[in-house]
Design a protein around this ligand. Structure first.
Ligand code: ATP
Length: 235
């Protein structure tokens, strides 16, 4: 398998003593859409944090597009775009400045044509001169995605991209994920919802209490998940 991300024996124990990830082995195939499905507190955000180098692992290895995240952080991170759950951005900057600045953080030369394409793809072009603070919640989410794509990453993580968004944005989000995949981007998203994982993903991994309990092509998942679905509280 051509893996774009290879995770081996990954462990994370927080300072509190809580072991949030337990010996995780997981390979993400180049070009696929992979959904990480799990109930609250399962370890989804921690796993994304570790793979993106934001949370320090306590055991194991993570290789992202050939780069070890702990030994070669900058090279690995340059390959990855992250759309976090929470909005963390300067409210008083314009959309254009925010997205351009984000690209600059990776030490890349400005590329106005690329930024223009992202903003157009995300229906943000007519808002490019607006301050973030003046945008609706849905539009702010689109800005987070635009930021994550500003440095042309090969891998995109979306942490619960549709939590709390309306039907229209949810549909747009699904369409956008499909377009990005067609452009060759590998996508990993987290969700609580089986239906959403099935709608969006090629393969699905189920995480519960810090352990990956199942990884399957989406069509095979429901049969295998069976009663476990109810036991771990998935909707
Ligand atoms: P949700 O769907 O609710 O966002 P999740 O699957 O993303 O949950 P995580 O946020 O990764 O789960 O949390 C996994 C476990 O680790 C939880 O029990 C959480 O309380 C714990 N945890 C997360 N961050 C920390 C931290 N900084 N210190 C200690 N424990 C933490």
């Amino acid at each position: 398998m051509d893996s774009v991300i290879s995770i081996k024996q990954l462990d994370k124990t927080y300072k509190s003593g809580h072991r949030a990830l337990k010996s995780i082995d997981l390979d993400i195939k180049r070009g696929e859409i992979f959904a990480l499905l799990g109930p609250n507190g399962a370890g989804k955000t921690t796993l994304i944090g570790v793979v993106c180098g934001l949370v320090k692992l306590t055991g194991g290895t993570v290789i992202a597009d050939g780069h070890d995240i702990t030994k070669d952080y900058r090279a690995a991170r340059a390959k990855i775009g992250l759309v976090p759950q929470e909005l963390a951005t300067d409210m008083f900057e314009t959309v254009w400045a925010t997205v351009s600045f984000s690209r600059g953080l990776f030490g890349l030369a400005p590329n106005p044509a690329h930024i223009e394409k992202i903003l157009k793809d995300l229906s943000l072009w007519d808002k490019k001169d607006n301050k973030i603070a003046t945008l609706s919640g849905g539009m702010k989410r689109r800005v987070l995605i635009a930021k994550a794509l500003s440095h042309e990453p090969k891998i995109l993580f979306l942490d619960e991209p549709t939590a709390g968004v309306d039907v229209e944005l949810r549909r747009d989000m699904w369409a956008m994920v499909g377009r990005l995949r067609d452009q060759g981007v590998t996508i990993i998203l987290t969700t609580h919802y089986i239906e959403e994982a099935e709608e969006m993903a090629d393969r699905i991994g189920v995480i519960n209490k810090g352990e990956i309990i199942l990884v399957e092509e989406k069509h095979a998942l429901m049969k295998k998940l069976g009663q476990t679905r109810v036991t771990i509280g998935l909707k």
